[in-house]
Design a binder for this molecule. Sequence first.
Ligand SMILES: NC(=O)c1ccc[n+]([C@@H]2O[C@H](COP(=O)([O-])OP(=O)(O)OC[C@H]3O[C@@H](n4cnc5c(N)ncnc54)[C@H](OP(=O)(O)O)[C@@H]3O)[C@@H](O)[C@H]2O)c1
Length: 315
Amino acid sequence: MASDMRAVGVTEFGGPEALHVVDVPAEPLGAGQVRIRVAAATVNPTDTGLRAGLYARGEDRADPPKVPGMDAAGTVAEIGPDVDGDLAVGDLVMAVVVPTGSHGAYREDLVVPAASVVRVPAGTDALAASTLPMNGLTARLALDRLALRPGQVLAVSGAAGALGGYVVQLAKAEGLTVVADAAEADEELVRSFGADVVVRRGEGVAGRIREAFPDGVDGAVDTALLHEQLTPAVRDGGGFATVRGWAGDGDRLTFSPVFVREYAQNRDALDRLRQQAEDGVLTLRVAQTFPAEQAAEAHRRLEAGGTRGRLVLTF
Ligand SMILES: NC(=O)c1ccc[n+]([C@@H]2O[C@H](COP(=O)([O-])OP(=O)(O)OC[C@H]3O[C@@H](n4cnc5c(N)ncnc54)[C@H](OP(=O)(O)O)[C@@H]3O)[C@@H](O)[C@H]2O)c1
């Protein structure tokens, strides 16, 4: 059996200081799976929830350590039986990870389904590539749920954020008109993603979107969790994608709570994101990197707000 591997996790749920380096056994490699020597793992809002125990239940709490992390990039170390396709040992790859127990992206030895892994976009390193899988797939899923046609209008809240930025860029690539919210300081950034109209974020945002689109927009992706503050921007019968499980406030709109787990083994979608990053459709944004030992500091930074681009842990 391989020796213990370095990971970052929690043995007791809590604040950022609860995160520390833990030793975990190397993960067994099964059929259809790939072992990755992780070089980079991003820090996402959901990781802070896992760390704090928001998703823990009963027996779950009793079985430490918990290792967060939903995307990773690194080198293919080993390929299990029955993996078809184009991956080879030594390839630089990126993967989406569905964390459970000590299986999460914050670990140097990671085994994931081959369907969750593709090569990094040509010309990018592990740091930049790690920012793409989870939020890119979530953006893809939200847009697939809304299924708007070219020329229709999409509103995006939290457009300066990691998820919001990808939603704007993917939407533009498929011919949608995009209205996005931004603080004054982020307006240029959000325009650089291709937003056609940028309105000031904050209270009254739906009214400002309606001023620009008096009939209402056809759909919205609400990455800033504005919920009923944003719904009035959408026309009757329009679509509304939510990202933290909110199921909506009535039947005027079609609500789609999206969960990226659903696309965690959609390799075609992940590979298309790779291609779109190579083509310049998607911009990969690393805000700051931290050695894995400083994960607590990275969580503090994320929770303080105001990060633009993704914080990345290095292993
Ligand atoms: N369901 C899923 O599968 C799934 C997958 C991925 C992400 N998510 C969720 O999606 C959300 C966004 O994730 P992310 O990684 O993109 O976070 P992020 O990078 O922090 O982006 C969120 C953006 O929203 C902005 N914001 C905060 N309050 C706002 C307001 N009242 N009006 C307008 N903008 C506001 C933030 O600005 P400040 O920094 O200035 O606060 C930030 O720019 C998180 O809740 C995350 O958990 C869900």
